[in-house]
Write a protein that binds this ligand. Structure first.
Ligand SMILES: *Cc1c(COP(=O)(O)O)cnc(C)c1O
Length: 340
């Protein structure tokens, strides 16, 4: 029996071969309160963390609407562009990427992977000075495909949309399945945040599935690339849209708390301490984490977990990234690994 599940209207929109179950296990850490990790990195070998959950509802939506050409926008190191390009290709949908011109001209990491996945005509670089009007540029370019009778669709940066949020609800469900399997309740769940969509899906999923459940639950969001007020507004917008789709009211039984990363806090910024931490984490836990999100998220969560020790709660850290995310940083990591 599945104890917690979504209404059919939602279930019908999720491709379950993509939104798969992932395992959890304990992290060896010094705190006397246990810390577990959810291995969202194992959802896919080439797509970063929970992104596959977004695509699990996005791809069916595109297919249902007979879209065969998809415009996507993002930075040169975007995990989303690389992940989406793989899945669109697999489904015979043409990706057309509008990519912010890179400051680093070397072809490595995600910039390299994206170039491997796309034909020259499918990749358009946008100058930094023009980046504000990227959507207008993309729309104009997609119009030329429409004129040749292709069915096009333009996705927002990071795939932030209601359609993609539906798939991210599956993370909440899978965590509750994990809890049943191991006989534990996670009172505190650490989640990272880029656009915030995955964290929003987790919160709304828990709100929905735990409607009449007792006990306090807290989702702690590490704001890698959002502000607290920005996140709150997006959460409320998605909550209202979800209530429109499935009108059962959901209790607000989930507390949301925010953390700012303390290591190299500006989004996309890197420094020596970050790479040293990346090596430290690998040696202490066996987890190979991407510096852009997961290392910052883990260092922040671990500090908070230690500060919450007196609460004697079991916590879950969502590893929402991938080892592949280290590939753009080999030189820096080599320096940190060999000097320690
Ligand atoms: C994309 C990504 C995120 C952010 O996901 P959002 O749903 O946009 O908040 C977090 N971590 C990693 C590693 C990612 O690739």
């Amino acid at each position: 029996m599945i104890p917690h599940s979504f209404p059919q209207a939602i279930e019908d929109q999720i491709d379950r071969t993509l939104a798969k179950p992932t395992r959890i296990h304990k992290i060896p850490c010094k705190s006397s309160s246990p810390l577990w990790v959810k291995r969202e990195d194992e959802l896919s070998s080439g797509i970063s963390g929970g992104k596959l959950r977004k695509y699990a509802s996005l791809i069916p939506y595109l297919k249902k609407n007979e879209i065969n050409t998809v415009g996507m926008v993002g930075g040169p190191n975007s995990n989303n562009l690389v992940g989406l390009a793989q899945l669109l290709r697999e489904n015979g949908i043409r990706p057309v990427a509008f990519v912010r011109e890179a400051a680093d001209k070397q072809l490595r990491g995600n910039a390299l992977l994206l170039q491997m996945l796309l034909h020259e005509t499918e990749l358009q670089f946008i100058q930094r000075s023009e980046w504000n009007s990227v959507e207008a540029i993309a729309r104009k370019s997609l119009q030329t495909y429409e004129e040749r009778r292709f069915h096009t669709h333009l996705l927002t940066e990071g795939c932030f949309s209601f359609q993609a949020m539906i798939g991210t609800l599956s993370l909440a469900e899978d965590i509750l399945r994990n809890e049943q399997d191991v006989g534990q309740t996670f009172n505190r769940i650490y989640m990272d945040c880029g656009t915030g969509l995955s964290a929003i899906g987790l919160i709304l999923g828990l709100e929905h599935l735990l409607k009449h459940a007792l006990g306090k639950r807290e989702v702690v969001v590490t704001l890698i690339a959002e502000t607290e007020s920005g996140f709150a507004a997006k959460l409320q917008e998605m909550r209202e849209r979800l209530e429109d789709t499935c009108p059962q009211s959901s209790d607000r039984n989930i507390t949301v708390r925010f953390l700012k990363p303390h290591l190299s806090p500006r989004f996309g910024s890197i420094n020596k301490a970050l790479f040293e931490e990346c090596v430290e984490i690998a040696r202490n836990t066996g987890l190979i984490m991407d510096p852009t999100y997961s290392v910052k998220h883990y260092a922040t969560a671990l500090r908070d977990h230690a500060e919450c020790e007196h609460r004697r709660e079991t916590a879950l850290f969502v590893f929402n990234g991938s080892a592949l995310g280290t590939s753009g940083f080999q030189d820096m990591l080599a320096r940190s690994a060999s000097s320690r």
